[in-house]
Design a protein around this ligand. Structure first.
Ligand SMILES: [Fe+2]
Ligand SMILES: [Fe+2]
Length: 396
């Protein structure tokens, strides 16, 4: 168990270290575990906590707090984000001191009601609202979707510290508390952005605009090392990675193909000709040549997605489902798609992939096209028309 750390006068790190964690949330592999950072600000009149920790570290967290202040003296807890890795100790804390007021956003309050049966005193904050702790102030900046709709940042102007919750964090538990005390974790910082933040690029741009001009001496995220040297570098990275792609004059279509016997790719050649006849740019890949990162990049760069899939054993094959599993992890430029492919016996794949795209709120302007075995010359004319019609629908 680690001890608390006074990161500035009367500002304490009271989080938990979890170096042996191998997969965060049973989803994201971690090389060096993670930390659940939480903070205590002792003002001359009021004492505030900023976030708590994962439930399994509750006793350790309470122990750290009690070594700094009696739990009965704590006035408020800021819940920047209600996800259990940050509210895991909240229930126990409020059992011990039910007078602690919970400060959160409106969506945060709704989520807390669903996550906790116990009554709690809540205060819903508005954008830019401040609370005085005496000689210290907390200012709240709403940051919806970084990572949940409930998320906000808390800023401590007297120390110029931003408590950014999940944003600007990393799943990395080093030997030191600060980025400048641990080995390079830029891979983890980027992986965390790609897997957790990337679907919300527009929201990231809005949040970055709120903090990029703030005087900042430190960013204290909820996971990973604290950023006290050049904290704005992390903000700039998010700004770059979340930048809107430039508008191209021509519509760009991403075409991903899988074709065990060459028939679906044969169709794709005519579809492509139709797309190009109608003036679109086409970026075509066979699915197996792309890693996840490249798929994400192309999905965000192109205006529309065409999937060419065969049917194998009544289904689309696993490589196609891998692509479909990545769609929710990005901010697609345009959620417009279409599906086509060749089949031998039954041909379910096109419909199944269409259903999946619709489920992800894609618009499908054309009904999917499928032909049996090797498409005929007549079929190929239909494929070419399919491509041209798709571009026309895109430009509407
Ligand atoms: Fe989160
Ligand atoms: Fe988190």
């Amino acid at each position: 168990m680690s001890s608390s750390a006074e990161i500035r006068p009367d500002v304490f790190w009271v989080g938990a270290r979890h170096p042996e964690l191998e997969i965060f949330d049973e989803l994201f592999p971690t090389r060096n575990g993670t930390t659940y950072n939480a903070y205590l600000v002792r003002g001359s009149e009021k004492i505030a906590l900023i976030d708590t920790v994962k439930e399994m570290f509750t006793e350790e967290y309470l122990d750290k707090l009690q070594k700094i202040v009696p739990l009965a003296d704590i006035d408020m807890v800021v819940v920047n984000h209600t996800e259990p890795d940050h509210t895991g100790a909240l229930g126990r804390l409020l059992e011990i001191n039910p007078e602690i007021e919970v400060w959160c956003t409106r969506p945060g309050e709704n989520f807390l009601k669903q996550l906790f049966a116990q009554p709690m005193k809540t205060h819903v904050v508005s954008e830019g609202e401040e609370v005085s702790l005496g000689d210290r102030t907390l200012r709240f900046l709403l940051a919806p979707n970084l990572h949940w709709p409930d998320t906000m940042f808390t800023y401590l102007p007297e120390e110029q510290i931003l408590f950014s919750c999940d944003a600007f964090g990393a799943h990395f538990c080093g030997d030191g508390l600060y980025k400048d005390q641990v080995e390079d974790f830029s891979y983890e910082f980027r992986y965390y952005f790609d897997t957790i933040m990337r679907p919300f690029k527009e929201k990231i741009r809005e949040a970055v605009a709120k903090v990029e001009d703030l005087p900042l001496t430190m960013i204290c995220p909820s996971h990973g090392p604290l950023l006290r040297r050049e904290p704005l570098a992390a903000v700039r990275s998010y700004k770059d990675w979340a930048a809107a792609p430039p508008e191209g004059a021509r519509k760009q279509v991403l075409m991903l193909t899988l074709s065990p016997h060459g028939n679906t790719r044969h169709m794709a050649a005519s579809v492509r000709a139709g797309l190009e006849d109608a003036g679109a740019g086409v970026t075509e890949f066979t699915i197996n040549e792309l890693d996840d990162e490249r798929v994400r990049d192309e999905l965000e760069r192109c205006d529309a997605l065409l999937i060419a899939t065969p049917t194998i054993n009544h289904d689309a094959p696993p490589p196609v489902w891998r692509i479909l599993s990545l769609l929710s992890s990005v901010t697609p430029r345009g959620k417009v798609g279409a599906v086509f492919g060749s089949f031998g016996w039954s041909g379910e794949a096109v419909k199944l992939v269409e259903e999946r795209l619709r489920g992800l709120k894609y618009k499908l302007p054309l009904e999917g096209l499928s032909f049996r075995f090797r498409p005929t010359a007549e079929n190929m004319v239909s494929c070419r028309k399919f491509g041209a019609d798709f571009v026309q629908a895109l430009e509407k």
